[in-house]
Write a protein of this length. Structure first.
Length: 402
């Protein structure tokens, strides 16, 4: 069956040009000259891909994209924004609106067709085979903002995926300000917002996997909503149900948590096998870590469930490791050195160093970090053939022993 592609552009010449390129490749093409016309036609045609122009009367392409994402029947359609506007600000607007890709005019037909094919492939739905063992669930948490929780979570999830070539999901539960999708340069097509509208007992694996975003590394992402109010209905029972289903289909879940003890946060902490409590070497951060450890103790978490990670988020002197351990009466498991501009640039471009530059010092650091928290059985009996990431980790381990 030929894929159906719907073009929305008020410029007739543009519609015919884009439509002609697609028809030559065998696609079934539909078109509308306005957003109003498109909103009426798209739900009836249910195309496999929608291509929007930005500059249109009545409603621009960004607004139309949001409208399509807000409707349950069109929320999962792949959307490409095609426009003569090529500034970075316009690209960000497109992705914030929920577009899958942004293609500036003029374009080369072959590149355009290649990106159309990528968008169509992304829309394909698959459900992984259940794993023989439940996932190792790693929750990354700090009561202190600016500790680097999201950076650590993203690089750990991608690192685990590349190390073991096993199913991994990054779960972003920082519902009001989560940026996992942005940090991985993924268009925010789906999020927790769609699951928040479904009763916990009605959420199943198929529903969950339809809202995951796919990263080229192989990891999947359950993203925080585009707008904070979209997840107001999300409750602890829904979070528990989703995490339980994901744990049955994946080897690892890595959870990015907000800086609070909301009921959805506690639901994730309860189900975690391991809590990485992140702190920086400054007084306020240590105080927040102390409060968190006290709460964990009162809840009844065993001490071995919580591991301290000291992240140097600033350049210069900080509190000594030994002094922090003495105050918290707990050993710091790992220290992450100050990364500086290299990490900031990676975050700005949505290219985590563990994926974009795994052979760099920072990329290697995060690979080793992911390996450290891996399942013992994976470290003891790695799946063959060994991944390139695992080979790099082993080389660094041998070099350190010399």
């Amino acid at each position: 069956m030929r894929e159906k592609i719907f073009i929305v552009d008020d410029n007739e010449v543009s519609r015919k040009l884009v439509g002609g390129i697609l028809k030559k490749e065998g696609y079934e093409v539909y078109a509308a000259a306005s957003a109003t016309e498109a909103l009426a036609a798209i739900p009836n045609i249910m195309p496999d891909l929608v291509i929007l122009d930005v500059m249109m009367p009545e409603m621009d392409g960004y607004q139309l994209c949001r409208r399509l994402r807000d409707r349950s029947d069109t929320a999962r359609l792949p959307i490409i924004i095609l426009t003569s506007l090529n500034q970075l600000e316009e690209r960000l607007k497109a992705f914030e609106a929920g577009a899958d890709d942004f293609i500036p005019k003029p374009f080369q037909p072959q590149e355009f067709l290649a990106r159309v094919q990528v968008a169509l492939r992304r829309s394909g739905f698959y459900l992984p085979t259940p794993t023989k063992t439940e996932a190792s669930t790693i929750a990354v948490f700090s009561l202190r903002g600016g500790s680097g929780v999201s950076s650590i979570t993203a690089n750990t999830a991608i690192g685990l995926s590349q190390l073991w070539k096993k199913p991994v999901v990054l779960v972003d539960l920082a519902l009001e300000n989560g940026i996992s999708a942005l940090m991985l340069d993924l268009p925010l097509r789906h999020s927790w917002a769609e699951l928040s509208k479904i009763h916990a007992e009605e959420i199943d694996s198929e529903v969950v996997y339809q809202v995951l975003l796919k990263h080229p590394s192989g990891a999947n992402v359950l993203a925080a909503p585009r707008r904070p109010y979209e997840a107001e209905l999300l409750n602890a029972d829904q979070v528990k149900q989703v995490l339980t289903l994901l744990s049955q289909q994946n080897e690892y879940l890595v959870i990015d948590l907000p800086h609070n003890f909301a009921e959805t946060t506690l639901a994730a902490l309860d189900q975690a096998d391991l809590i990485l409590l992140v702190l920086s070497p400054e007084l306020a951060s240590v105080q927040c870590a102390s409060i968190a450890l006290d709460v964990f103790s009162k809840i009844g978490y065993p001490p071995e469930k919580v591991k301290l990670v000291l992240n140097w988020t600033f350049k210069g002197k900080g509190l000594p490791r030994e002094e922090i351990e003495k105050v918290l009466q707990k050993r710091i498991e790992i220290v992450l050195p100050f990364a500086g501009d290299e990490l900031i640039n990676a975050l700005t471009l949505g290219k985590p160093p563990v994926y974009e530059a795994p052979e760099s010092a920072l990329g290697g650091l995060f690979e080793d970090f992911a390996f450290y928290w891996s399942k013992p059985e994976h470290k003891k009996n790695p799946p063959k053939p060994y991944s390139e990431a695992l080979i790099r980790v082993q080389k660094r381990m041998k070099a350190r022993k010399k």
